[in-house]
Write a new protein. Structure first.
Length: 291
């Protein structure tokens, strides 16, 4: 019995030593896997311009436990992300121009700040929807495009005061300010807006036209559309699509611009009003309006 106990004890000791010998290897392997994962994910997030997530991931792989080239690359990418990461300074003012602090700010559905304090906050580059929620359930939404590398971009909104009620000494109607003589009627305003939209649409057409020319030159195909490589043929197809879009936008923009200008020139400056006049022997209708 003593001999058997001795053998079992030796076997147990050997097993424990083997386990201890393999533990550092397992730890090294797990750490290497983590370093590799953060190394790859950091690159992916940086290329997708998800810079805030990329910054946190790269910080994790900049550690002494990772291989030298991993630490070196992650540190270099982290510096690039830090310099490219834009920041914004949300602000809100009332009708008198006073800064408001008790305002919560959300970006793309996520809370960014519980209150405003004038400090800048890092955000990812690109288009964002900022929502400002002020006192008395007031809410202002603003669409903003934040450029990569832009620092301290001020994003301010106005919380206008409610209209002041009439006092007991008022007659109930406020005197309208005298006309300046420069106000435009609704049709002239519509004409200006239509013409403006036409100019924008034509500008988009010009952009696609330039793109079509660039793509066609890049394809380097001959006059019969024979291209030297399949990639060149694909590029030529892109040029043709861009050219079609350019035509559509240019024609649409021209029509809108011409229509808007015509509407502006021919429409009355103020709303037209029909005033009936009843005489002793006749009934007439007078049309009033400024052209």
């Amino acid at each position: 019995m003593a001999s058997k106990y001795h053998i079992d004890g030796v076997g147990l000791a050997v097993a424990m030593l083997a386990s201890l010998a393999h533990s550092p290897a397992f730890a090294d392997e797990a750490n290497a896997t983590k370093c590799s994962e953060t190394y790859i994910r950091g690159q992916t997030l940086r290329n997708e311009h998800r810079l805030i997530e990329a910054r946190e991931t790269l910080r994790a792989c900049v550690q002494s436990g990772c291989k030298v080239f991993v630490v070196r690359d992650c540190a270099a990418w982290l510096d690039q992300v830090q310099s490219s990461l834009p920041s914004v300074v949300p602000a809100a003012v009332d009708g008198d121009g006073n800064d408001l602090g008790q305002v919560k700010v959300s970006v793309d559905g996520k809370v960014l700040l519980e209150r405003l304090d004038g400090r800048s906050v890092d955000v990812d580059p690109g288009p964002h929807t900022f929502v400002f929620e002020g006192p008395d359930a007031m809410r202002v939404e603003k669409q903003v495009i934040v450029a990569e590398g832009e620092k301290g971009k001020r994003i301010a909104v106005l919380f206008a005061k409610a209209s002041i009620p009439a006092t007991s000494g008022d007659s109930g109607e406020r005197e309208k300010p005298p006309s300046s003589g420069t106000e435009m009627g609704p049709w002239k305003t519509a004409g200006l807006v239509t013409a403006g939209v036409g100019v924008v649409v034509a500008g988009i057409g010009g952009f696609f036209g330039l793109r079509a020319i660039s793509k066609k030159n890049e394809a380097n195909c001959d006059a019969s559309s024979t291209c030297p490589t399949p990639d060149a043929a694909t590029t030529l197809e892109d040029a043709q699509k861009a050219g079609n879009l350019a035509t559509i936008f240019l024609v649409s923009g021209g029509v809108l611009t011409a229509g808007g200008i015509t509407l502006f020139l021919l429409s009355p400056a103020r709303a037209i009003r029909a005033v009936p006049t009843v005489g002793k022997d006749a009934w007439t209708m007078t049309i009033e309006g400024n052209w």
